[in-house]
Ligand binder design. Sequence first.
Ligand SMILES: [Fe+2]
Length: 314
Amino acid sequence: MFATRPIPNRYGTIGIELEGLDPSTLGQPEVRKALWDLFIEHGLIVFRGLEGRDVQVNLSNVFGKTVEHRAKPKNESDGEVIRIRYAEDMGIICDVHGERIGGWLPWHSDLIYVDQINRGGILRPVIFPETGGETGFIDQIQIYEALPEELKRRIEGLWVLYKWNLDFNEMRFGNPDQVKITQWNPFWVEMQSRTPQYPLVAHPMTYKQQETGRTVLNVSPWFAVGIEGMRNEEGDALLKEVIDHCIDERFAYYHRYSQGDMVLWDNWRILHRSPGVPVDQIRELERTTIDGDYAFGRIAEDGAAIDDKLRVSV
Ligand SMILES: [Fe+2]
Protein backbone atom coordinates (compact mmCIF):
# COMPACT_ATOMS: atom_id res chain seq x y z
CA MET A 1 0.00 0.00 0.00
CA PHE A 2 2.86 2.34 0.94
CA ALA A 3 6.31 2.21 2.54
CA THR A 4 7.22 3.63 5.94
CA ARG A 5 10.44 4.16 7.84
CA PRO A 6 11.11 5.56 11.30
CA ILE A 7 12.61 9.05 11.66
CA PRO A 8 15.71 9.17 13.86
CA ASN A 9 16.25 11.67 16.65
CA ARG A 10 19.08 11.73 19.19
CA TYR A 11 17.08 9.62 21.65
CA GLY A 12 15.83 6.95 19.25
CA THR A 13 13.14 7.55 16.67
CA ILE A 14 10.14 9.84 16.40
CA GLY A 15 7.29 9.36 13.93
CA ILE A 16 7.62 7.93 10.45
CA GLU A 17 8.18 8.93 6.86
CA LEU A 18 5.60 7.52 4.47
CA GLU A 19 6.06 7.16 0.73
CA GLY A 20 3.90 5.76 -2.03
CA LEU A 21 0.44 6.85 -0.89
CA ASP A 22 -1.85 7.21 -3.90
CA PRO A 23 -4.23 10.10 -3.06
CA SER A 24 -6.96 8.56 -5.22
CA THR A 25 -7.20 5.72 -2.67
CA LEU A 26 -8.00 7.99 0.30
CA GLY A 27 -11.68 7.06 0.13
CA GLN A 28 -10.94 3.36 0.63
CA PRO A 29 -11.73 2.07 4.14
CA GLU A 30 -8.63 -0.15 4.31
CA VAL A 31 -6.35 2.75 3.38
CA ARG A 32 -8.01 5.04 5.92
CA LYS A 33 -7.74 2.37 8.62
CA ALA A 34 -4.05 1.77 7.87
CA LEU A 35 -3.31 5.51 8.01
CA TRP A 36 -5.29 5.92 11.22
CA ASP A 37 -3.42 3.08 12.90
CA LEU A 38 -0.07 4.64 11.92
CA PHE A 39 -1.25 8.01 13.24
CA ILE A 40 -2.16 6.55 16.63
CA GLU A 41 1.02 4.49 16.82
CA HIS A 42 3.48 7.20 15.76
CA GLY A 43 1.77 10.61 16.14
CA LEU A 44 3.94 12.22 13.45
CA ILE A 45 3.84 11.27 9.77
CA VAL A 46 5.95 12.92 7.08
CA PHE A 47 4.19 12.13 3.80
CA ARG A 48 6.42 12.34 0.73
CA GLY A 49 5.41 12.95 -2.85
CA LEU A 50 1.99 14.52 -2.29
CA GLU A 51 0.93 17.78 -3.94
CA GLY A 52 -1.85 20.31 -3.69
CA ARG A 53 -4.35 21.81 -1.30
CA ASP A 54 -7.16 19.38 -2.21
CA VAL A 55 -5.01 16.38 -1.33
CA GLN A 56 -3.97 18.10 1.90
CA VAL A 57 -7.62 18.60 2.90
CA ASN A 58 -8.69 15.09 1.84
CA LEU A 59 -5.79 13.58 3.76
CA SER A 60 -6.63 15.67 6.84
CA ASN A 61 -10.19 14.37 6.71
CA VAL A 62 -8.90 10.83 7.26
CA PHE A 63 -7.92 11.84 10.80
CA GLY A 64 -10.92 13.96 11.77
CA LYS A 65 -13.08 16.76 10.55
CA THR A 66 -11.09 19.51 8.88
CA VAL A 67 -12.49 22.75 10.18
CA GLU A 68 -12.42 26.27 8.95
CA HIS A 69 -10.26 28.48 11.04
CA ARG A 70 -12.30 30.47 13.50
CA ALA A 71 -10.33 33.63 13.95
CA LYS A 72 -7.69 34.19 11.32
CA PRO A 73 -8.13 37.31 9.15
CA LYS A 74 -9.07 36.79 5.54
CA ASN A 75 -5.54 37.28 4.21
CA GLU A 76 -4.30 34.42 6.37
CA SER A 77 -7.14 32.00 5.81
CA ASP A 78 -8.68 30.36 2.83
CA GLY A 79 -11.52 28.18 4.02
CA GLU A 80 -10.10 25.03 5.55
CA VAL A 81 -6.49 26.06 5.06
CA ILE A 82 -4.54 28.65 7.03
CA ARG A 83 -1.57 30.42 5.52
CA ILE A 84 1.44 30.59 7.84
CA ARG A 85 3.71 33.20 6.34
CA TYR A 86 6.79 34.97 7.52
CA ALA A 87 8.19 37.92 5.57
CA GLU A 88 10.19 40.77 7.02
CA ASP A 89 7.60 43.48 6.40
CA MET A 90 4.72 41.65 8.11
CA GLY A 91 6.23 38.98 10.33
CA ILE A 92 7.12 38.39 13.95
CA ILE A 93 10.81 39.10 14.48
CA CYS A 94 12.66 37.91 17.57
CA ASP A 95 16.00 38.48 19.20
CA VAL A 96 17.59 35.03 19.52
CA HIS A 97 21.06 35.17 21.09
CA GLY A 98 21.50 38.69 19.67
CA GLU A 99 20.48 37.59 16.16
CA ARG A 100 17.26 38.78 14.46
CA ILE A 101 15.18 35.71 13.54
CA GLY A 102 11.87 35.72 11.68
CA GLY A 103 8.90 33.53 12.62
CA TRP A 104 10.39 31.94 15.77
CA LEU A 105 7.88 30.11 18.00
CA PRO A 106 8.48 28.21 21.26
CA TRP A 107 7.50 24.58 21.90
CA HIS A 108 3.74 24.28 22.28
CA SER A 109 0.53 22.34 21.78
CA ASP A 110 -2.03 24.23 19.72
CA LEU A 111 -5.04 25.58 21.63
CA ILE A 112 -3.67 24.53 25.04
CA TYR A 113 -4.76 27.96 26.34
CA VAL A 114 -8.43 26.95 25.97
CA ASP A 115 -10.22 23.94 27.37
CA GLN A 116 -10.55 22.01 24.08
CA ILE A 117 -7.41 21.12 22.16
CA ASN A 118 -7.76 20.20 18.50
CA ARG A 119 -6.70 16.82 17.14
CA GLY A 120 -3.92 18.01 14.87
CA GLY A 121 -3.09 19.42 11.49
CA ILE A 122 -1.21 18.91 8.26
CA LEU A 123 1.50 21.32 7.10
CA ARG A 124 2.36 21.80 3.43
CA PRO A 125 5.24 24.01 2.29
CA VAL A 126 4.52 26.72 -0.29
CA ILE A 127 7.55 29.01 -0.24
CA PHE A 128 10.89 27.52 0.76
CA PRO A 129 13.49 29.76 2.46
CA GLU A 130 17.13 29.26 1.43
CA THR A 131 18.04 28.40 5.00
CA GLY A 132 16.04 27.60 8.13
CA GLY A 133 12.27 27.27 8.14
CA GLU A 134 12.07 23.82 9.72
CA THR A 135 9.30 22.70 12.06
CA GLY A 136 10.42 20.98 15.26
CA PHE A 137 8.52 18.08 16.82
CA ILE A 138 8.78 16.28 20.18
CA ASP A 139 6.83 13.13 21.08
CA GLN A 140 5.24 13.47 24.52
CA ILE A 141 4.89 9.69 24.87
CA GLN A 142 8.63 9.34 24.32
CA ILE A 143 9.47 12.08 26.83
CA TYR A 144 7.20 10.51 29.44
CA GLU A 145 8.94 7.17 28.99
CA ALA A 146 12.31 8.90 29.47
CA LEU A 147 11.20 10.75 32.61
CA PRO A 148 12.97 9.57 35.82
CA GLU A 149 10.67 7.25 37.83
CA GLU A 150 10.88 9.54 40.84
CA LEU A 151 9.64 12.50 38.76
CA LYS A 152 6.83 10.37 37.29
CA ARG A 153 5.62 9.76 40.84
CA ARG A 154 5.85 13.45 41.83
CA ILE A 155 3.69 14.65 38.92
CA GLU A 156 0.99 12.01 39.25
CA GLY A 157 -2.49 13.58 39.35
CA LEU A 158 -1.24 17.15 38.86
CA TRP A 159 -2.80 19.70 36.52
CA VAL A 160 -1.02 22.46 34.63
CA LEU A 161 -2.53 25.93 34.34
CA TYR A 162 -2.39 27.83 31.05
CA LYS A 163 -3.06 31.44 30.15
CA TRP A 164 -3.15 33.04 26.74
CA ASN A 165 -0.19 35.39 26.28
CA LEU A 166 1.69 35.73 23.00
CA ASP A 167 4.54 37.74 24.48
CA PHE A 168 7.58 35.44 24.79
CA ASN A 169 9.21 38.01 27.13
CA GLU A 170 6.63 37.04 29.72
CA MET A 171 6.91 33.24 29.40
CA ARG A 172 7.43 31.79 32.88
CA PHE A 173 8.78 28.46 31.58
CA GLY A 174 10.23 26.97 28.42
CA ASN A 175 12.14 29.94 27.03
CA PRO A 176 15.63 29.24 28.37
CA ASP A 177 17.31 31.41 25.73
CA GLN A 178 15.10 34.34 26.73
CA VAL A 179 14.00 34.97 23.19
CA LYS A 180 12.24 38.33 22.88
CA ILE A 181 9.84 39.68 20.28
CA THR A 182 11.30 42.83 18.69
CA GLN A 183 8.68 43.24 15.95
CA TRP A 184 5.01 42.32 16.25
CA ASN A 185 2.71 41.91 13.30
CA PRO A 186 -0.71 43.61 13.34
CA PHE A 187 -2.61 40.34 13.70
CA TRP A 188 -0.60 39.36 16.78
CA VAL A 189 -1.17 42.82 18.29
CA GLU A 190 -4.90 42.31 17.82
CA MET A 191 -4.81 38.77 19.25
CA GLN A 192 -2.75 39.91 22.22
CA SER A 193 -5.31 42.61 23.00
CA ARG A 194 -7.85 39.84 23.69
CA THR A 195 -5.77 38.45 26.57
CA PRO A 196 -8.12 39.57 29.38
CA GLN A 197 -10.97 37.61 27.76
CA TYR A 198 -9.25 34.26 28.13
CA PRO A 199 -9.90 32.50 31.44
CA LEU A 200 -7.22 30.43 33.08
CA VAL A 201 -7.55 26.79 31.98
CA ALA A 202 -6.19 23.51 33.34
CA HIS A 203 -5.01 20.38 31.54
CA PRO A 204 -3.79 17.19 33.22
CA MET A 205 0.00 16.90 33.31
CA THR A 206 -0.31 13.32 32.13
CA TYR A 207 -3.07 11.29 30.55
CA LYS A 208 -3.32 7.91 28.85
CA GLN A 209 -3.71 7.58 25.11
CA GLN A 210 -7.11 5.96 24.79
CA GLU A 211 -6.23 3.40 22.10
CA THR A 212 -2.94 2.15 23.55
CA GLY A 213 -2.88 3.06 27.25
CA ARG A 214 0.49 4.74 26.81
CA THR A 215 1.07 7.80 29.01
CA VAL A 216 1.47 11.24 27.43
CA LEU A 217 3.47 13.93 29.25
CA ASN A 218 0.91 16.58 28.44
CA VAL A 219 2.82 19.80 29.06
CA SER A 220 3.04 22.73 26.64
CA PRO A 221 5.87 25.10 27.64
CA TRP A 222 4.29 28.09 25.84
CA PHE A 223 1.28 29.39 27.82
CA ALA A 224 2.05 27.34 30.99
CA VAL A 225 1.84 29.52 34.08
CA GLY A 226 1.93 27.08 37.00
CA ILE A 227 0.61 23.94 38.64
CA GLU A 228 -2.95 23.98 39.97
CA GLY A 229 -2.95 24.09 43.77
CA MET A 230 0.84 24.65 43.79
CA ARG A 231 1.23 28.23 42.65
CA ASN A 232 4.27 28.66 44.82
CA GLU A 233 8.03 28.18 44.65
CA GLU A 234 7.80 24.42 45.06
CA GLY A 235 5.23 24.10 42.26
CA ASP A 236 7.15 26.40 39.94
CA ALA A 237 10.38 24.49 40.57
CA LEU A 238 8.63 21.20 39.78
CA LEU A 239 7.07 22.56 36.58
CA LYS A 240 10.41 24.00 35.50
CA GLU A 241 12.04 20.61 36.06
CA VAL A 242 9.36 18.90 33.95
CA ILE A 243 9.49 21.52 31.17
CA ASP A 244 13.30 21.44 31.05
CA HIS A 245 12.91 17.72 30.40
CA CYS A 246 10.17 18.28 27.79
CA ILE A 247 12.34 20.59 25.67
CA ASP A 248 15.52 18.54 25.87
CA GLU A 249 16.80 18.73 22.28
CA ARG A 250 17.74 15.06 22.17
CA PHE A 251 14.01 14.30 21.80
CA ALA A 252 13.50 16.79 18.97
CA TYR A 253 13.22 16.23 15.26
CA TYR A 254 13.40 19.25 12.95
CA HIS A 255 11.74 18.71 9.62
CA ARG A 256 13.27 20.52 6.67
CA TYR A 257 10.65 20.71 3.94
CA SER A 258 11.05 19.39 0.42
CA GLN A 259 8.64 19.76 -2.47
CA GLY A 260 5.86 17.19 -2.10
CA ASP A 261 5.97 16.99 1.71
CA MET A 262 2.93 17.02 3.93
CA VAL A 263 3.51 16.72 7.66
CA LEU A 264 0.78 15.43 9.97
CA TRP A 265 1.06 15.73 13.74
CA ASP A 266 -1.17 14.56 16.58
CA ASN A 267 -1.67 17.70 18.67
CA TRP A 268 -2.70 15.55 21.64
CA ARG A 269 0.80 14.06 21.97
CA ILE A 270 3.32 15.93 19.80
CA LEU A 271 4.80 19.32 20.72
CA HIS A 272 5.90 21.55 17.88
CA ARG A 273 7.85 24.75 17.38
CA SER A 274 9.35 26.96 14.73
CA PRO A 275 13.06 27.80 15.07
CA GLY A 276 12.50 30.48 12.41
CA VAL A 277 14.40 31.85 9.45
CA PRO A 278 17.03 34.53 8.81
CA VAL A 279 15.16 37.80 8.88
CA ASP A 280 15.39 38.50 5.13
CA GLN A 281 13.99 35.12 4.06
CA ILE A 282 10.38 34.31 3.22
CA ARG A 283 8.74 31.17 4.54
CA GLU A 284 5.21 30.10 3.73
CA LEU A 285 3.28 27.01 4.72
CA GLU A 286 -0.37 26.10 4.48
CA ARG A 287 -1.95 24.24 7.36
CA THR A 288 -5.19 22.45 8.03
CA THR A 289 -6.85 22.24 11.44
CA ILE A 290 -8.24 18.83 12.33
CA ASP A 291 -11.02 19.20 14.88
CA GLY A 292 -11.50 17.18 18.02
CA ASP A 293 -11.31 17.38 21.78
CA TYR A 294 -9.57 14.96 24.11
CA ALA A 295 -12.06 16.15 26.77
CA PHE A 296 -9.64 16.49 29.69
CA GLY A 297 -9.25 20.29 29.65
CA ARG A 298 -11.39 22.61 31.75
CA ILE A 299 -11.77 26.21 32.85
CA ALA A 300 -9.73 26.62 36.02
CA GLU A 301 -11.45 29.52 37.70
CA ASP A 302 -14.75 31.33 37.39
CA GLY A 303 -15.36 32.92 34.12
CA ALA A 304 -17.76 32.56 31.32
CA ALA A 305 -17.21 29.74 28.88
CA ILE A 306 -14.91 30.88 26.16
CA ASP A 307 -16.36 32.34 23.00
CA ASP A 308 -15.64 30.13 20.01
CA LYS A 309 -14.27 33.13 18.16
CA LEU A 310 -11.43 33.24 20.66
CA ARG A 311 -10.06 29.88 19.66
CA VAL A 312 -7.28 31.00 17.41
CA SER A 313 -5.10 27.93 17.19
CA VAL A 314 -1.55 29.24 17.33
FE1 LIG B 1 1.22 25.76 16.56
